[in-house]
Design a binder for this molecule. Structure first.
Ligand code: SF4
Ligand code: SF4
Ligand code: SF4
Length: 366
């Protein structure tokens, strides 16, 4: 049979019949739907912001693996983070939330303005630290096997009070002695269970993969940007300076298919980004938040695990150390499709009301 078809192919070579046959084969091949890959366990991310050190290795690994261009660094003047936001070419973004004066120390409140402060008497901050004797924590010192650790907190407060170190050290963007903490958060697509971008896509370019992740098929995307306005997290973006199509994290679909973990999770040195089956990660997240509560971090909370965000939760969820809004995450994000029925009803009522008014107006004129 195969020999027959080869002979046939030779006979047809170059003939109009062959061209017609090629066109027919191409058309049928395009229409042919391959059998979808077998469904796998739902996979996702658990990003534990309490152990993130802001190294941005995840951002770099994502760009490197996915061959995404890096933007020219620019000085924002209000943060040490100069990436700024998730974009069509930044699919992981390590957000720096510099909370300045969150719990202002008493002396900082009473301190004279920086311009009126005396010059440090020839003692730089680091020199001041070097000159300080080592302090030890009493309970650590009394615990056998625990090393004595130097603590500078008291000495820094003392040095500030004495005017030995300035409130705003030269060459820094922020008055970091007033900063109680920096929150760090490696943001990414949430791979929502009930993804608004998926619902809004008119071409079917956005699909759910066999790993229950949300994926944009670039060859089908027409760049209409309906998905970008539907995403309540501002994740997916149109590459207006490039191919004009919508882009976002793929959860490294190409790596997953070959049994590798996503590049960002692989690169994270503190395991702040955990990758795995969603249900296992959720159990891990609940355990971790329990540990943090026991250790006194009562502000720790989970986002997208049990809170039914977008009705069915998220496949990429977070452990946060403050309110979601502090991390620029909405506490109750809405699906635009939920507004369709109420807004349609409102429009119908408005049309009926205006028609009625019009009819009454003309009737009175007669
Ligand atoms: S709606 Fe936004 S966060 Fe959710 S899957 Fe789509 S792009 Fe990701
Ligand atoms: S999963 Fe892959 S594409 Fe998504 S943020 Fe991580 S490295 Fe980037
Ligand atoms: S999530 Fe991990 S890799 Fe990314 S900045 Fe934090 S510690 Fe670094």
């Amino acid at each position: 049979m195969a020999v027959e078809s080869r002979r046939e192919a030779r006979r047809l070579k170059g003939s109009p019949l062959k061209i017609a046959r090629d066109i027919l084969v191409d058309t049928v091949t395009t229409l042919h739907k391959e059998t979808p890959p077998a469904q796998q366990q739902a996979m996702g991310f658990f990003t534990d912001t309490s152990v993130c050190i802001g190294c941005k290795a995840c951002e770099v690994a994502c760009k490197q693996w996915n061959q995404l261009p890096g933007a020219e660094p620019s000085w924002s003047g209000n943060s040490y983070d100069n990436t700024g936001a998730l974009t069509a070419t930044t699919w992981r973004h390590v957000q720096f939330i510099e909370q300045i004066g969150r719990r202002k120390p008493k002396q900082a409140e009473e301190a004279a303005p920086v311009s009126q402060m005396p010059e440090p008497p020839g003692l730089s901050f680091f020199a001041a630290l070097g000159a300080m004797p080592t302090l030890t924590v009493p309970d650590r010192a009394s615990s056998p096997g625990m090393p004595d650790l130097p603590l500078f907190d008291n000495r820094i407060e003392e040095a500030k009070e004495n005017g030995e170190i300035p409130q705003t050290p030269p060459g820094t963007a922020l008055p970091f002695f007033n900063t109680d903490r920096w929150l760090l958060h490696s943001d990414v697509c949430k791979h929502c269970k009930n993804a608004p971008c998926h619902e809004a896509c008119p071409t079917g370019a956005i699909i759910r993969t066999e790993f229950d992740t949300v994926y944009v098929q670039q060859d089908i995307c027409n760049g209409c940007a309906y998905c970008t306005v539907a995403c309540p997290f501002g994740v997916i973006a149109r590459d207006s300076e490039g191919d004009g199509r919508a882009h976002k994290c793929t959860l490294c679909y190409d790596r997953l298919k070959d049994g590798f973990e996503p590049a960002c999770a692989k690169a994270c040195p503190t395991d702040s980004i955990q990758f795995g089956p969603v249900e296992e990660l959720k159990a891990m997240a609940r355990e971790r938040v329990g540990i943090l509560h026991k250790k006194g971090a009562t502000e720790a909370r989970l986002y997208g695990v049990d809170d039914n965000i977008l009705e069915d939760g998220l496949n990429s969820f977070f452990l946060l150390l403050d309110e979601p809004e502090v991390y620029n995450l909405p506490s109750n994000p809405q699906r635009p499709s939920n507004n369709i029925i109420p807004t349609s009803l409102r429009s119908v009522f408005a049309v009926l009301f205006l028609s009625l008014m019009g009819m009454l107006f003309f009737k009175n004129k007669e």
